[in-house]
Unconditional design. Structure first.
Length: 215
């Protein structure tokens, strides 16, 4: 399956969220919504209850929260396609993953730079999606550390058929390399949200990841 570009929405207020959704409304059918509790990530975003997306979209919720158990019911009620929690939280994620899947939704985990896939192999075996997180928690930007691409191989060694996402620092310079490196979903924040022409930036990224490599 070809890689896809999913615009990432990180907003501190409902007005910001609406403005960003309007920027990408005509572009994508899959969106990545960031939610942060101010504890696991240093910034506060809109709350889960304030999130929305156009009908027919595929929405992935990336919940940067310290206690997923306090958020999971609310996130399930939103009927997102995919709910991603961080593997580094102190709670046991297995029952939370099962709860999400029992509701007919997909469950995912995010791995920060220092997290080695083998240390969370049990979770990788249970989820539908693993997101390699190379960004700065709660902020647009970050650096796409291509050293992290090695994780694609390590994750697939644990679970061959799993969907792999990437969050952090994606731009025109590295999108093709990430897609060629085995990333299925490229979650793009600043390169689209901060662009003077979000549509042109989105379309350029789509064209970039779908080009044919020339040897």
């Amino acid at each position: 399956m070809p890689a896809v570009i999913a615009p990432a929405v990180l907003a501190e207020t409902t007005d910001q969220y609406k403005e960003m959704m309007e920027k990408i409304h005509q572009l994508a059918t899959r969106v990545h919504v960031d939610i942060s509790d101010g504890e696991f990530a240093p910034t506060f975003t809109i709350s889960a209850s304030e999130a929305w997306w156009p009908q027919g979209w595929h929405a992935d919720i990336h919940a940067m929260v310290a206690r997923p158990s306090e958020y999971v019911n609310q996130l399930i009620a939103l009927k997102a396609d995919l709910i991603i929690f961080h593997a580094e939280v102190q709670e046991d994620l297995l029952p939370i993953i099962q709860k999400i899947k029992s509701a007919g939704l997909k469950a995912g985990i995010a791995l920060q730079r220092s997290t080695v896939p083998s240390t969370v192999a049990t979770l990788i075996q249970q989820v539908d999606h693993v997101m390699i997180f190379s960004g700065d928690l709660g902020h647009y930007g970050g650096t796409a550390s291509l050293m992290q691409l090695e994780k694609v191989r390590l994750i697939r060694a644990i679970r061959q058929d799993i969907e792999i996402g990437w969050d952090g620092g994606i731009n025109l310079d590295n999108a093709f390399g990430l897609a060629q490196g085995g990333v299925d979903v490229l979650n793009v924040g600043g390169a689209i949200a901060k662009s003077a022409d979000p549509a042109a930036s989105y379309n350029a990224l789509v064209a970039e990841i779908n080009k044919h490599s020339v040897i």
